[in-house]
Ligand binder design. Structure first.
Ligand code: SF4
Ligand code: SF4
Length: 423
């Protein structure tokens, strides 16, 4: 990394020694898991480049935008309506929370038996490791699971924070609550940026975010082909990068990659031979650089053809209706779209089981792997329901893990047995 990058990190008050260590581990991990793949698409070079510059050029772009007066909003959940953030002239970045670094520090603020994702975002802040977090003018939390809700109480002392109240049911009263929360977020953004969200600004923002969803839907649909034209690892990386790359540039690049994929599908080419067992991974989000499970699955003779996750289909399945004329119409459309999210924090949440069954059918999967982060109650509960609802339709395997590497061998043993069973 250049001296200019180091000077930028210093200005952001990162712990440079710890940050160097993180980049070194990340680089090695990426090399082992990503660069070792064969038959990769040419379009993945852009992703490799973005990842190699994840703390460099992209942070520089963000700093340049800030210098021009734009604000930066960080989020941890797909419930935060990016359309409003963009309409207010701010940049939105998904804060990753996918590494173990700093988790020991986090245990001073949250209980040990808290999921790895929560410990990671607290730990990254305490250890001064994340240039995205340090660039944020506002972090937006949400009252989803209990772990997050309580963690934001501690996080409020560490960063400027706004917490959105996400309802727990899909009742009409819950929709009214969510509508009020969306309006409250709009007011917070207007106050932060000094920008009034007009119909024109909101319409343009809805289009930008929908376009990104559309191109990711296109990518997802192409994965129904056998042989699978792209690895699950690469598809996950694309979804992860969608949270912090410039949305319009990202959409263009993934459009090009989909063109390449289409040609591959037409030529009957893939990353693994036709007939390779096809797996759908379903459950908790996998934030950068949480690539452990996909790596183990794809090193065990299977190929991942879908991610039913917030870093996957849960974030891209539903579009916002673009027909609204006024800000009011568009807010209603946003509220409706976000109320469709089938996060396990909702009760009941039958639609998630239906969505997984539908994905399993469309993507012609041989097995579903339910993935829960250790100590994540909502997804662990739903893994049990999912096993029952898919019984007789598609074999399932439920796994609980975290960000450590200690259980890799144990995971491999279970996954290899599962892959053999579904082969
Ligand atoms: S799993 Fe639920 S709480 Fe987590 S990011 Fe997704 S919607 Fe938000
Ligand atoms: S993984 Fe589970 S426990 Fe962790 S933040 Fe998400 S919903 Fe909450």
């Amino acid at each position: 990394m250049s001296d200019a990058h180091r000077a930028m990190w210093e200005r952001l008050n990162l712990d440079l020694t710890a940050h160097d260590g993180l980049l070194e581990v990340l680089g090695k991990f990426y090399g082992d898991i990503y660069m070792s793949q064969e038959n990769r698409l040419k379009g993945m070079e852009y992703m490799d480049f973005v990842l190699s510059e994840v703390h460099g050029l992209r942070i520089k772009e963000i700093q340049d935008a800030k210098a021009q007066g734009h604000k930066v909003v960080g989020t941890f959940c797909v419930f935060v309506p990016e359309e409003l953030t963009l309409a207010a002239g701010a940049l939105q970045v998904g804060l990753c929370a996918g590494a173990e670094a700093g988790s020991d520090l986090a245990e001073a603020l949250v209980p040990r038996n808290t999921c790895a994702l929560i410990k990671s975002f607290i730990g990254f802040k305490l250890a001064r490791l994340c240039p995205y977090l340090e660039s944020c003018d506002l972090v937006v939390g949400e009252t989803t699971c209990d772990g997050k809700k309580k963690a934001y109480e501690a996080f409020a002392d560490l960063a400027p924070l706004h917490v959105m109240e996400v309802p727990q049911t899909k009742s009409l009263a819950a929709r009214d609550l969510w509508y009020e929360e969306v309006m409250r977020y709009m007011a917070v953004l207007e106050d932060l940026t000094g920008v009034t969200i007009t119909a024109e600004r909101l319409r343009a923002a809805i289009k930008i975010v929908n376009d990104r969803r559309r191109v990711l839907q296109r990518l997802s649909a192409l994965r129904a082909a056998d042989p699978a034209p792209i690895s699950g690892r690469d598809a996950l990386l694309i979804n992860q990068i969608s949270f912090y790359d410039d949305p319009q540039r990202f959409t263009t690049k993934i459009g090009e990659l989909c063109d390449e994929l289409e040609a591959r599908v037409a030529a009957g080419q893939g990353v693994a031979p036709a007939g390779t067992p096809r797996v759908l991974v379903s459950g908790c989000p996998m934030a950068v650089p949480n690539w452990k499970l996909p790596y183990v699955i794809e090193s065990s003779g299977a190929v991942i053809v879908g991610e039913e996750s917030c870093i996957g289909s849960r974030n891209t399945r539903d579009l916002v209706d673009e027909s609204g004329e006024s800000v009011e119409d568009m807010i209603e459309a946003l509220v409706d779209r976000y109320m469709k999210i089938d996060c396990a924090c909702f009760t009941p949440n039958e639609e998630r089981q239906e969505n997984v069954a539908e994905m399993a059918k469309t993507l012609k999967v041989d097995g579903v792997i339910n993935y829960s982060l250790m100590f994540c109650q909502p997804y662990a509960h739903e893994a049990m329901k999912m096993e029952k609802s898919l019984e007789g339709k598609v074999p399932t395997l439920s796994l609980e893990t975290d960000y450590s590497m200690e259980d890799v061998e144990q995971l491999k043993t279970r996954i290899e047995a599962f892959v053999e069973m579904v082969s």
